[in-house]
Design a protein around this ligand. Structure first.
Ligand code: MRU
Length: 347
């Protein structure tokens, strides 16, 4: 199932609303700036690659409504729309990478009539999605080379087909292993507070017939200590030049545990998630979200006193020294990441 696409008239982005899963499968048609912004902000579309694809389509949909009197006014309005979409979430670099790509395309067509620019924007957004499908497939193959039949694989949050266009990144090797008869045993952390692991990852793996076990986040250590985990695969939202990696909050804790138990820890990363302008993890902006997600969401009544303070960072940074390998579409990078990522991202 393709979770992000254009409608037949190409006037709206059709999005599978991830906030309703697994209970309800609902596709929404989104065409207004505020609702497109809200879909990213509220995680109706989520996962770094999917956000980037969604934003590229969104910009194309919005650009069609501009009534320009010159190229300059068209470009100015595209940039304003793009900036607004870009401000919806700060950590996943794919959002700004794909919007900048669309902006560069517009800038390069200043001698073309607007209908031609719009056609080119449509093609570019589709190309971004096609590239993502190929990247995920290649990452899945590279990741699969690290798995042995029947191996226990732990993952966190959701880096599956829902977070991309197909296969996913961290779930790709597990799904491919299942297809090829490797019978992997997946363990997915529920991923508090928004439960992407419980709602989305267990849903995707279970539907694919994978032997998947859901655990609470605080059970990761005991499962590792019991020898059930042969490798950990996670996705990522932004990779700095030195290999420090931002991913869903809780990821760095798993990496620290993995080091303690001697379990290899892999980050799956399409090149669109590598931020070569970012030297190290401390430069990555971490999104802070509403405390209500911790205290109220998913509970019938609040689970903590109304006035109690909550701290709700949506991501954390895993130090590159804890990462066994970064699996990109071009192969598996190892330390020193300053060198290997540089080689793997050169086009
Ligand atoms: O807040 P989310 O659900 O968008 O966070 C998503 C993650 O942390 C994923 O692991 C990451 O985006 C990689 S998706 C291939």
């Amino acid at each position: 199932m393709i979770n992000v696409r254009l409608n037949d008239e190409k006037t709206a982005v059709v999005n599978l609303d991830q906030t309703l899963l697994p209970g309800e499968i609902k596709y929404s048609e989104l065409k207004e700036l505020d609702e497109l912004y809200e879909a990213i902000f509220s995680l109706r579309v989520r996962g770094a690659p999917a956000i980037g694809i969604f934003a590229a389509y969104a910009l194309y949909v919005l650009a069609q409504k501009i009534k320009p009197d010159s190229f300059e006014s068209f470009q100015k309005q595209v940039l304003t729309l793009s900036a607004r979409l870009d401000s919806s979430r700060p950590t996943a670099v794919n959002l700004s990478t794909q919007l900048r790509r669309m902006e560069r395309l517009v800038s390069s067509m200043q001698d073309s009539p607007v209908p031609e620019i719009l056609d080119a924007m449509h093609r570019e957004a589709e190309l971004i999605q096609q590239e993502d499908i190929q990247m995920c497939r290649a990452i899945s193959e590279h990741g699969l080379s690290l798995l042995k039949p029947g191996m226990g694989v732990m993952t966190h949050c959701n880096a599956g087909p829902l977070a991309t266009s197909h296969y996913g990144t961290a779930l790709g090797p597990i799904l491919l292993a299942q297809e090829r008869g490797f019978s992997p045993k997946a363990f997915c952390c529920e991923t508090r507070p928004l439960l992407q692991g419980a709602r989305l990852t267990s849903f995707e793996l279970y539907n694919a017939g994978v032997d998947v076990t859901l655990i609470c986040d605080n059970m990761a250590s005991i499962i590792m200590s019991e020898g059930k985990i042969g490798a950990i695969f996670v996705g990522c939202d932004r990779v700095a030049r030195n290999g420090d990696t931002a991913n869903k909050v809780g990821t760095s804790g798993l990496a620290i545990l993995a080091k303690h138990y001697g379990i290899p820890f892999y980050v799956c990363c399409p090149s669109s998630t590598i931020d070569s302008a970012c030297p190290s993890g401390e430069h990555i902006e971490i999104e802070l979200r509403n405390p209500g997600e911790i205290k109220e969401m998913f509970f019938e009544s609040p689970v903590a006193p109304e006035g109690v303070k909550c701290y709700n960072p949506a991501f954390d940074v895993t130090c590159s020294s804890l990462i066994t390998g970064i699996i990109t579409e071009r192969g598996i990078c190892t330390a020193p990441y300053n060198e290997s990522l540089n080689i793997f991202t050169k086009r």
